[in-house]
Design a protein around this ligand. Structure first.
Ligand code: NAP
Length: 323
């Protein structure tokens, strides 16, 4: 009999047919069933579940779990629902890396070439030229040099930006100034102080909640900008709004924020970000799961785990670190 693998997804997130079809095509040797369609008496069978997004309630109904394979890179929402001793595998997909690097490049160029400023000028019918800054003089700092941050940094470096990055452990990346939290690594302050554009690609963990707050923004050069493509809780929203409010001559410290992720998603209708002239709101689209490639990777991981209990090392979530 084929092993039964539940597919768990919160129905509020919308249709999942394309991903389920791709997973079934990638794992014909496995009986992939949508969680809601599995009779209760069979929910004790599975050793592996595939989870698409935060779906805590359904996950807790599955007994006998040994592996939860996430189709997302960020797993903070599912960790509280997974009992100790159960492995969690996150999605590490080269295609996701390319999509995210493209988004980081696109929105870095948006800020680099002053598009928010020209949009403001257009609304005033204001014809004013500003001399473009060379990419090699634009300092971009990436928070997080993991699967996504590293490729994003390399992509910006290849476009001649002056790129630095910060991670917990030491990294050496050609053409990128790497800061870290190890002794002598400079820490986050060294990165913030030299970055005209800060790109957040950190996971949401207890150590990153509120990391970008009043003190962090004050360390960034006046007129710097923020791109948050990691997770919403890393940014202190009140501190960011305070840093953006007013114009740069009368006290605002930051110029613009491009935000793709929020503490509450969808962003509530009355949130001040929506109407803020110095904020660009995106609906969590910088790095969506790539259905076909993610299905193949999830299938490979599930197959390897069922065969001999192994997983690719970079997919394994360290429960104590939270990523
Ligand atoms: P990853 O490979 O696990 O990399 C995480 C990076 O952050 C690592 O370099 C890690 O340092 C660093 N880090 C974590 N905690 C830190 C801390 N407290 N201090 C300093 N550095 C820390 O993760 P990834 O695949 O690149 O994904 C990153 C995040 O992007 C995901 O967790 C998710 O939240 C977000 N994401 C967003 C979207 C979107 O559409 N907006 C899509 C996909 C993912 P070490 O290298 O030293 O461990």
């Amino acid at each position: 009999m084929q092993p039964l693998v539940p597919f768990v997804r919160d129905s509020a997130l919308g249709p999942h047919d394309a991903l389920v079809d791709a997973l079934r095509a990638a794992m014909p040797d496995i009986d992939l069933q949508i969680h809601a369609d599995i009779p209760i008496d069979r929910l004790g069978e599975p050793t592996v579940a595939i989870v698409d997004g935060p779906s805590i309630e359904q996950l807790s109904t599955i007994a006998n779990l040994r592996l939860v394979q996430s189709t997302w890179a960020g797993v903070e929402a599912i960790l509280p629902a997974v009992p100790d001793g159960v492995e969690v595998a996150r999605m590490v997909d080269p295609q996701l890396g390319l999509t995210m690097a493209e988004a980081v490049l696109a929105w870095t160029l948006y800020l680099h070439r002053d598009m928010p400023r020209y949009a403001r000028q257009q609304r005033q019918a204001d014809w004013v030229e500003h001399v473009p800054v060379r990419a090699s003089n634009r300092r971009v700092g990436i928070l997080g040099l993991g699967a996504l941050g590293r490729l994003a940094g390399e992509t910006l470096r290849d476009q001649n930006f002056d790129v630095a990055g910060w991670s917990r452990s030491r990294k050496t990346i050609d053409g990128i100034a790497c800061f870290d939290d190890e002794p002598g690594g400079g820490g986050i302050d060294a990165l913030l102080e030299r970055s005209d554009i800060v790109v957040n690609l950190l996971p949401d963990t207890p150590a990153t909640v509120g990391l970008l707050g009043t003190e962090a923004f004050a360390r960034m050069p006046p007129g710097a900008s923020l791109i948050n493509f990691g997770r919403g809780p890393t940014v202190d929203d009140d501190a960011l709004l305070a840093a953006l409010d007013g114009d740069l001559e009368t006290g605002a410290h930051l110029d613009h924020a491009v935000l793709d992720v929020f503490v509450t998603e969808p962003l509530p209708d009355d949130h001040p970000y929506w109407g803020h002239p110095r904020v660009t709101v995106l609906p969590h689209i910088s790095g969506p799961t790539s259905t076909d490639t993610a299905a193949v990777i999830a299938a490979e991981n599930v197959r390897a785990f069922l065969a001999d209990g192994t997983l690719p090392i970079d997919a394994i979530v360290d429960r104590t670190r939270g990523y």
